[in-house]
Design a protein around this ligand. Structure first.
Ligand code: DAV
Length: 379
């Protein structure tokens, strides 16, 4: 047996009279069914080692146009040190805040992503980062599901989390990965052009094989909401639907977004019956949520001239719920902080602007491992 396997796993596996059944029936350290039950343990990403992803049709469909040249010319190189240092400071503050609120924080490995790699079908000048665990870990109940992400530069991103996944498995979690996608040219539509507003959204990915980013899904107990996007296809959603079985219902939301990628700057469930929505992307909630209250996020306070390399300014609404009341909000989002107070929430503020440059905020930067609570229906 591999000596690197953690001793607790080793113990479980080599003691002959401990059956698999007794390992599984231990209370799982991984237990998370929604976005709002009291948070007890979380993975927070790392920004160290982040690289500028190489240009590809996937970036054309998802990244802000004004940064095209940076990706084309500097893809595969590390992000500038001063930007990484500033983002790391934000992350440190966020981690301290979580720990002060009694949450256990785990971190992925630090990996140098400025290194080329290849598969038999293609190669990439480099990777991206381990900053956004929400993009690739979908946690449903006691199961951690590795998402089959369609950006080639992110193909091996999961490696930074494998130590943690083995740790959680050793403590009773279920651990699943979707069929590893090939990401050969057939999964991309190389004729992709963004459709004009008003027409049906056109996606850059095809239905060649199941792909998705976990951040296109949000959990509300038995009901899981998702969007199809430039990183999530119907094949991927169908795989997940069959895998999860009858205990869960998957509902598609269809925002007005001409280049969708990740649901969590569009539709953020806050508590039973309450969802924060992006007012530019929604006119009204889907029928299934007719009894829910849609709280409209105010415009972001991110200055117009502040460089966001990988997202829109709606990152303002990418918040993290610590429970049904306490919500972590970026310090500069004064309008949203006021709205949360008016709606009866308790905002906790944290500096995160320098991290925001890299495409995510508190929701993206985390994966909830354990929230106190069980599987419920909230519709
Ligand atoms: O709507 O600008 C946010 C991405 C979060 N991972 C957007 C995308």
């Amino acid at each position: 047996m591999n000596t690197a396997i953690e001793s607790d796993l080793l113990e479980e596996m080599i003691v002959p009279n401990i059956s698999t059944k007794s390992v599984i029936s231990k209370p799982s350290i991984v237990n998370s069914y929604n976005e709002w039950d009291p948070l007890e343990e979380v993975i927070v990403g790392n920004i160290d080692g982040a690289a500028i992803p190489p240009w590809h049709i996937m970036l054309q469909a998802t990244m802000p146009l004004q940064h095209t040249q940076m990706y084309q010319q500097q893809g595969g190189q590390p992000y500038p040190k001063e930007l990484i240092d500033a983002a790391r400071k934000d992350l440190d503050e966020f981690v301290h805040l979580l720990e002060a609120e009694g949450v256990t924080v785990r971190r992925p490995d630090i990996v140098d992503y400025a290194k080329p790699f290849a598969t038999p079908d293609w190669n990439s000048q480099g990777g991206l980062y381990s900053a956004m665990p929400r993009d690739l870990l979908l946690i449903i109940g006691n199961e951690i599901i590795e998402a089959p992400m369609p950006w080639r530069s992110r193909y091996f991103e999961i490696n930074a989390y494998r130590k943690l996944l083995k740790h959680y498995f050793s403590l009773g979690a279920r651990w699943t990965a979707l069929p590893k996608p090939q990401l050969s040219d057939e999964i991309y539509d190389y004729t992709y052009q963004e459709e004009q507003v008003g027409k049906a959204v056109r996606y850059v990915i095809t239905e060649f094989e199941p792909v998705f980013d976990a951040a296109d899904f949000v959990r509300c107990g038995k009901d899981i909401f998702y969007q199809k996007s430039n990183v999530t296809n119907a094949f991927g959603v169908e795989w997940l639907r069959r895998h999860l079985g009858d205990n869960y219902r998957l509902h598609e939301i269809k925002p007005n977004d001409s280049h969708p990628m990740h649901i969590d700057a569009t539709f953020m469930p806050l508590a039973p019956g309450k969802v924060l929505i992006n007012p530019e992307r929604f006119d009204k909630l889907p029928e299934v949520l007719k009894n829910w209250e849609a709280l409209k996020a105010p415009a972001s306070c991110i200055p117009e001239n502040f460089d966001l390399f990988m997202s829109s300014r709606w990152l303002s609404m990418n918040i993290l719920m610590l429970d049904q009341e306490r919500v972590i909000v970026e310090k500069g989002e004064t309008a949203l902080i006021k709205s949360f107070k008016d709606w009866g929430f308790k905002p906790i503020i944290c500096n995160f602007r320098n991290f925001n440059r890299f495409g995510g905020s508190f929701h993206c930067a985390t994966a909830d491992i354990r929230r106190k609570g069980s599987l419920q229906s909230y519709l």
